[in-house]
Design a protein. Structure first.
Length: 263
């Protein structure tokens, strides 16, 4: 089971200065939680603010330091998009040119507030890279599974592990409505998490875009999720995992090149 830690963490002042800045990338549409540069973004919930570092990673390999999955656990004040499984969906990104180094992307859906994410689309080895001309890719058009259950309150997540030897883990989450299906359950691969907290670390890529490919294929776990009858309460926050209960966080800041330190 995957769980998004609750928002009420103590953000501490002590941080570890890192020797390298991390490339900036985030989902543009559907607008992820608290994005200042997304498209059709809802109003920020009361007591929260836009995230100027929405494009920073949430995990760094070998540090055992991490922000909550989705980065922000409290949803938008309303859904940021409606995803129709009967129509192709184009997911767009704001991305640094340096992101064209390849790596692994997954697009996943959660029906239980972020406890479980099931994969609906993968781009392995060459995510954000067009190998034909070595150019940056900033959008992906995909067909969502026709039997993906409809829901008034779902989370659409993008996650990414790059292959430029930074060994970090990115994740954005958008609050969405899913329409177009009468099915109530869906079986698929559970979202892969790497370079994050105690999850596996990808090997150094050293120019190999397929590094860590096995975590997304051979080692994949298949799960079944249910849309159920979601309510507003289910769409808010979820309990934090026991493994993270004693961890406190400071937001990654690309400009200052700093990351949270565990207390």
């Amino acid at each position: 089971m995957l769980k998004i830690p609750a928002l009420a963490y103590a953000f501490v002042a002590i941080s570890a200065t890192l020797g390298a800045a991390y490339d900036d990338i985030s989902v543009k549409w559907p607008c992820p939680r608290y994005s200042p540069n997304g498209v059709d973004c809802p109003q920020v919930p009361q007591g929260h603010s836009l995230d100027a570092d929405i494009g920073s990673p949430i995990g760094i390999a070998d540090t055992y330091q991490s922000l909550p999955l989705c980065k922000h656990s409290t949803p938008w004040s309303s859904n940021s998009a409606v995803l129709d499984v009967s129509k192709p969906q184009t997911i767009t990104f704001n991305a640094d040119e340096n992101m064209k180094g390849g790596g692994h992307c997954e697009f996943s859906v959660s029906y239980d507030g972020g406890d479980t994410f099931v994969v609906v689309h993968q781009v392995l080895d060459t995510c954000f890279l067009d190998p034909s001309n070595n150019s940056l890719v900033t959008s992906y058009t995909m067909d969502l599974p026709a039997n993906l259950p409809s829901s008034k309150h779902a989370i659409f997540a993008w996650s990414y592990a790059n292959s430029n030897n930074e060994r970090v883990f990115y994740m954005n989450c958008a609050d969405v409505e899913i329409v177009g299906s009468s099915d109530t359950t869906f079986t698929g691969k559970e979202m892969t998490i790497v370079n994050y907290d105690t999850y596996p670390r990808l090997p150094l890529a050293s120019g190999n875009n397929a590094a860590g490919h096995e975590y997304y294929t051979n080692d994949a776990k298949v799960i079944t999720v249910s849309a159920g009858t979601p309510t507003d309460a289910q769409a808010t926050t979820t309990p934090e995992p026991a493994a993270l209960k004693k961890r406190h966080y400071k937001t990654i800041t690309k400009k200052e090149k700093e990351y949270e330190t565990i207390i």
